[in-house]
Design a protein around this ligand. Structure first.
Ligand code: PLP
Length: 413
């Protein structure tokens, strides 16, 4: 069935898909008919244990009943008003309570819009043009974010992006603080945007001093520090990476988990910067679907659940147990993990930046992905994505996963 649908899709969608990484599942993507908890069910009736989780948003697992109930209640009341609703205040309050650097927030519809708006805000606030980003960090699919990106765009030539845009983006390697200092000293940098934990070249962790120095240097050079927490927000804990590393960004971009699986993005931060946004200020942002009630209630329900149940230990334990089993693979490898996100790199000792990640043996990773998929486990179909666990990855799911990994890994050895 998936093959038939795929052939039809190849006729109507460029490359057969609506987001590039989905075409990386070989020989063709499986089509999903429904999902629940840690499981995806394919059109063929196969049940797969999902370690992709919509590329991060589904921290509570698929079709969480608490979130579902709230969405259904909202559907009864209409789903787009074009004017404010109580739901947007509820979600804002959850976020402001948890991430202390966020004093004001603007909801948009994707992480892409969030980083685009944050970068514009940094420019508007500082009256400077250039931004600094890190090679391999992925901040979405707008022009400024697509200079040396990670994720599915990692090998894409930036066709369609004007050279004038490219000239406004300075680049450094993640964990290279000397480069950051040099660049901030030499150029007028409006803002530095970073994934505090990289999740789009596989997982890459910051050196202990890197983020701290980034905070200090951006203060010294009056540059806006933007933490892109689209992945890490509410995944590493209620306070995201900023709580883990005990730092406060000037602006934070969010997405994924804060929408409970519905489309969302947000930019939040210091009041004096946020008040530059239209209509309070003259940095423009708008959106027909900004703060739409369905995304707001799905997000509020998710964050309410997380605040009440604090189920982080479940997802983290699941990731630790999968990590331990993967780590028994005898082919040379390294696994980078923090809490419920990780990635394995073969043929290499350590991965500290995008260049290291590129040196990993992608062939062995893809072989692992294929062998696991044959046996009922869905790992990201790219070296440059993150393996995620969720609150729905309970002991039954993990024990089954470990048995499958044990068998599949023999194919690599
Ligand atoms: C760190 C980060 N920022 C921004 C984005 C873009 O988010 P979206 O796909 O919702 O536009 C992503 C998407 O994966 C991401 O991982």
């Amino acid at each position: 069935m998936s093959e038939i649908l795929w052939n039809e899709a190849l006729r109507v969608f460029p490359g057969g898909v609506n987001s590039p990484v989905r075409a990386s599942v070989k020989p063709y993507p499986f089509y999903v008919s429904r999902a629940e908890g840690a499981y995806l069910y394919t059109e063929e009736g196969r049940r797969l244990i999902d370690y992709v989780l919509g590329y991060g948003p589904l921290f509570l697992g698929h079709a969480n009943s608490f979130v579902k109930e709230r969405v259904i209640q909202q559907l009864e009341k209409g789903w787009l008003y074009g004017t404010p609703s109580r739901a947007e205040l509820e979600l804002a309050n959850h976020i402001i309570r948890s991430i202390t650097s966020i004093e004001m927030i603007r909801f948009v519809n994707s992480g892409t819009e969030a980083t685009m708006t944050a970068i514009r805000l940094a420019r508007g606030f500082t009256k400077r043009e250039k931004i600094l980003k890190f090679i391999g960090c992925y901040h979405g699919a707008h022009d400024y974010a697509l200079i040396s990106p990670g994720s599915a765009a990692v090998d894409v030539k930036t066709s369609g992006i004007p050279s004038s845009v490219i000239d406004t983006v300075a680049l450094c390697h993640f964990n290279d603080i000397e480069c950051v200092e040099r660049t901030l000293k030499k150029e007028d940098i409006a803002g530095v945007i970073v994934e505090p934990v990289m999740g789009n070249m596989g997982v890459i962790l910051p050196d202990p001093e890197f983020l701290k120095s980034l905070r200090e240097f951006t203060l010294t050079y009056n540059s806006v520090l933007i933490f892109d927490e689209v992945i890490t927000g509410f995944r590493l804990g209620l306070g995201g990476a900023q709580d883990v590393y005990k730092l406060r960004a000037d602006l934070t971009t969010l997405g994924k988990i804060i929408g409970g699986g519905l489309p969302i993005g947000a930019v939040g931060g210091k009041r004096e910067i946020m008040e530059m946004l239209s209509p309070a200020g003259n940095v423009f942002n708008a959106g027909t679907f900004n703060a739409n009630p369905l995304s707001m209630v799905a997000g509020s329900a998710s964050l309410e659940f997380l605040e009440r149940e604090k189920p982080y230990s479940i997802a983290d334990k699941a990731a630790k147990e999968v990590y331990e089993e993967l780590d028994r693979i005898t082919v040379k490898h390294v696994i980078n993990r923090i809490n419920s996100m990780m990635q394995i790199f073969f043929g290499i000792d350590s991965v500290r930046n995008a260049d290291d990640a590129r040196k990993a043996n992608k062939g062995v990773y893809m072989k692992l992905q294929v062998e696991l998929l044959k046996r009922g486990i869905f790992l990201p179909p790219s070296q440059f994505e993150t393996i995620f666990t969720s609150v729905a990855h309970d002991d039954t799911v993990i024990n089954e996963s470990i048995d499958v990994i044990r068998i599949a890994k023999r194919e690599l050895e």
